[in-house]
Design a protein around this ligand. Structure first.
Ligand code: MG
Length: 255
């Protein structure tokens, strides 16, 4: 490293050290701004099935919805379909895991209805909600224009994915998510915001992105203190999106 490089590095480190600990707004862009540049399209090599590793907790393998419940803990009313999948039953409501999780590695496969219907947010919309409140957006983003922070792989309302790695509707796609839950101080303020890394069809679309708060529509809501472990949920947004091969690995807590 050159002297210039070293001093530049020192300047950056100093800037980081003096930055406030609270989460910062991801950009100056207003939420759901249609003018916000949309990520470039990168065709993935595929959305292939990834078998669960030996220590994974299987949340869904096609054989039943035992790991999931609906609102108020009632049985999950999504339907089992061919290809070891489950499908959103519009109106049946969001489902959540019986088990609660904090920091996790999560693998989810999904596919949007084919042929597609609707456009924008009304085409193949669902979502993976970490701790029931931090959404990685599921959407048919194949030749479907919507606001950048709401397309497939977006940390909804906050960060667009780095690229549009979508596959066509009807093809299985994957999310591999590494989630670090937020840490709260005893006074209820944020000690460390939630961090999310996401691979969409094997392509990184977020690298330790710091959430500014829970997912909310049209507004950016502030953090609210919540338990260290909460269920993972899948969204009923009225579209018959399918899911398969869902597994999770709880991660050791970082000090
Ligand atoms: Mg959604």
């Amino acid at each position: 490293m050159t002297l210039t490089g070293r001093s530049l590095c020192g300047t950056v480190l100093l800037a980081l050290a003096t930055a406030p600990l609270a989460a910062q707004a991801p950009t100056a862009w207003p939420i759901h701004d249609l003018e916000r540049p949309r990520p470039v399209v990168v065709h993935p090599g595929g959305g292939a099935f990834t078998p669960p590793p030996a220590d994974a907790i299987i949340l869904f393998n096609g054989r039943g919805l035992d790991a999931w419940v609906g609102a108020n803990g009632a049985p999950a009313r999504w339907r089992l379909v061919e290809d070891e999948a489950m499908e959103v039953v519009p109106g049946a409501g969001t489902i959540r895991t019986r088990q609660e999780f904090g920091d996790v590695q999560l693998h989810v496969e999904w596919r949007a209805p084919s042929p597609p219907t609707g456009e924008g947010q009304a085409r193949g919309n669902s979502g993976v909600f970490l701790m029931g409140r931090y959404e990685v957006q599921v959407l048919d983003s194949w030749e479907n224009v919507t606001y950048a922070d709401g397309q497939a792989g977006a940390l909804y309302g906050q960060y667009p994915p780095m690229v549009n790695a979508a596959l066509p509707p009807g093809e299985w796609q994957s999310f591999d998510i590494i989630f670090r839950r937020p840490r709260f101080k005893s006074d209820g303020t944020v000690a460390r915001p939630a961090r999310v890394t996401v691979f969409h069809n094997g392509i990184v679309v977020h690298a330790a992105a710091e959430l500014i708060g829970p997912t909310s529509h049209r507004v950016r809501a502030p953090y609210e203190v919540h338990p260290d472990r909460l269920p993972i949920s899948l969204q009923d947004h009225g579209d018959p999106v399918q899911f398969r091969n869902i597994w999770v690995r709880p991660l050791p807590e970082q000090p």
